[in-house]
Design a protein around this ligand. Sequence first.
Ligand SMILES: Nc1ncnc2c1ncn2[C@@H]1O[C@H](COP(=O)(O)OP(=O)(O)OP(=O)(O)O)[C@@H](O)[C@H]1O
Ligand SMILES: [Mg+2]
Length: 251
Amino acid sequence: MNVKPDFNKNANNAATAPAFLSVWDIEAYYGESYIVQGVSFNVHEGEILALLGRNGAGKTSTLRTIARMGDPQLKHGEIWLDHQPLHNMAAYQASAAGIALVPEDRCIIPGLTVEENLQLAQIAPPIGWSIERVYELFPRLGERRKQEGVTLSGGEQQMLAIARALCRDIKVLLLDEPYEGLAPVIVQEIAKTLQIIRDQGITTIIVEQNAVAALKLADRAVILDTGSVVFDGSAVEVLENDALRAEYLAI
Ligand SMILES: Nc1ncnc2c1ncn2[C@@H]1O[C@H](COP(=O)(O)OP(=O)(O)OP(=O)(O)O)[C@@H](O)[C@H]1O
Ligand SMILES: [Mg+2]
């Protein structure tokens, strides 16, 4: 039986309610390069967490470690999702356990239509939302269902990448810079969709260079600096703390 360890402690070492996703003291390497240097944080069910930090702080590497991608290699620490030990899993097992990583480059499959990209996500269980339900959330995708996915606009491709994740039965959505290169109006449209997805019970970690947009969406924020956590608290606290933003986010 899988038993979640007792490491739900906040920064003051006080016990907190058990978290849905617990990342505990993870250390990860690209070859000899020590990149994720003992990162710990908790995410509660149905919460949106903004994972922020300057370029090279280790945000993508942390997401990739949680999703159990081969690189970077996890050498220390534990990751638990809803009582399941992700740290013992390969990427395909973490995916089956409910982790979905939407990478920065969106990875839309060339030669396939919008609908075929979605169908491909459903060829094996665990199957999540129906394609019709996805089109209700993203009407633009429904209108363009026969269009080749890679010919969509940047914003539409981001919607397709998120939609494809929802076609699997996921618990946690990991978004790496979903707003990159998008106009403010499209950012707002995607943010509204992410709120709806949250309201339907999916837990989200959003990594963004557009920290203000991410903080407006998020409940909580974790800030990384050179592979370590330097802040863990409410999103509002970061929005209101000019010194913190200047020091670690350069905004
Ligand atoms: N495949 C790799 N091999 C070696 N080092 C890598 C590799 N990928 C990333 N790194 C290094 O790991 C560090 C953290 O990179 P990471 O991509 O996690 O940062 P990030 O916070 O996502 O940055 P950005 O905001 O620029 O996307 C950087 O110093 C980077 O050069
Ligand atoms: Mg990155």
